[in-house]
Write a protein that binds this ligand. Structure first.
Ligand SMILES: [Zn+2]
Ligand SMILES: [Zn+2]
Length: 344
């Protein structure tokens, strides 16, 4: 595979249908690189996308935006990466010309395309093409599993940056899936004084404690906000809502009273009703957060390079590319943390 003849590629071809198809390898467009797959994560957004529940990513699409691979070829004139470099992909594909792009918030590009999310290429294929500018050459001593966590960690790193200075702050993190657990690492790294995590599953609460949460609250508690505030010993200066639904967001706001910040992450699926007078009178800041910029990839790589980072805490299942369908089924259980699809 990847011999310039044909490739297998994963396609989310219709709602709840994931297939592996054989097709020719596409030629390189100007500025592109051809990358051979090592591993690709399955994201929560893929789960929503395959079920037809994602706001903009609808089947058919080509998944794989948390991808690690090896550069096999580059188009003429491409510099910055070389053949045999191990790379990950910064999957946001901004236009470089619109107002957000010119204001250095290119993650909000008005013409944003997204590799692995509706774009003509995604990373779950024997080989794939990608604009070479969006390749990130991580420290080459990283394992593939470590490198596969750069993109998922860059999202929490960006959210923490948007939250403001966390040093000395009391922080709550709702949800301890991949994003919640990585937000815990990013918040700790940013100097949070006390961090309380939540989850409905005892196994994930245990993992949060192992990864440095001061307490982990059962998210099915009848008064979640009260339980979290109890463990914080005070209100939350910043609450990261990594679930972001009708149940969690009102609780997040209650934890942040008064004057705290609620950061909405984790791929909100539908509109939610909140107590607006409470938000106004108690000066709560509600901050959306999406994806990342190159500086967030760099910070994520620094956190992963730290000696106490253990990728095996996060990567809990791996499936060969030929069995990608099973990887998409496994994400439905909610029991796994990060699921990878690997070259076979
Ligand atoms: Zn993702
Ligand atoms: Zn733009």
């Amino acid at each position: 595979m990847g011999d310039g003849q044909g490739r297998r590629r994963v396609v989310a071809s219709a709602v709840d249908v994931v297939e592996v198809v054989d097709e020719p390898v596409p030629g390189l467009e100007p500025g592109e690189a051809l990358v051979k797959l090592s591993v690709s994560g399955v994201c929560g957004s893929d789960k929503a996308g395959v079920h037809g529940e994602h706001v903009f990513m609808k089947p058919p699409y080509y998944p794989g935006h948390e991808v690690v691979g090896v550069v096999e070829a580059v188009a003429e004139g491409v510099s910055g990466v070389r053949v045999c470099d191990r790379v990950t992909v910064e999957p946001t594909l901004p236009c470089g010309r619109c107002k957000p792009c010119l204001n250095k918030v290119e993650n909000l590009c008005e013409n944003l395309q997204f590799f692995g999310c509706g774009y003509r290429e995604g990373g779950m294929a024997d080989v794939f093409t990608v604009p070479a500018q969006r390749l990130y050459r991580f420290p080459q001593e990283f394992t593939d599993h470590e490198a596969a966590l750069i993109e998922p960690l860059a999202t929490p790193v960006h959210a923490v940056r948007l939250a403001g200075d966390l040093r000395g702050k009391a922080v709550a993190i709702l949800g301890s899936g991949t994003i919640g657990l990585l937000t815990l690492l990013a918040a700790r790294q940013a100097g949070a004084r006390r961090v309380v995590s939540t989850d409905v599953l005892v196994k994930k609460r245990e993992l949060a404690l192992e990864l440095g949460a001061d307490a982990a609250v059962d998210a099915s508690a009848p008064d979640l906000a009260g339980a979290v505030r109890g463990e914080l010993g005070e209100s939350g200066d910043v609450v990261f809502d990594c679930v972001a639904n009708q149940k969690t967001l009102p609780e997040a706001i209650k934890i942040a009273l008064k004057g705290g910040t609620v950061v909405v992450m984790g791929g909100a699926r539908r509109p939610v009703t909140i107590d607006l007078p409470l938000v106004q009178e108690y000066q709560v800041r509600i901050q959306g957060a999406t994806t990342y910029r190159r500086e967030d990839f760099e910070e994520a790589a620094r956190i992963i390079a730290a000696s106490d980072f253990d990728a095996s805490n996060f990567v809990t299942a791996t499936f060969p590319l030929s069995r990608a369908k099973e990887a998409f089924s496994a994400i439905n259980s909610g029991r796994e943390v990060k699921i990878l699809v690997a070259a076979d």
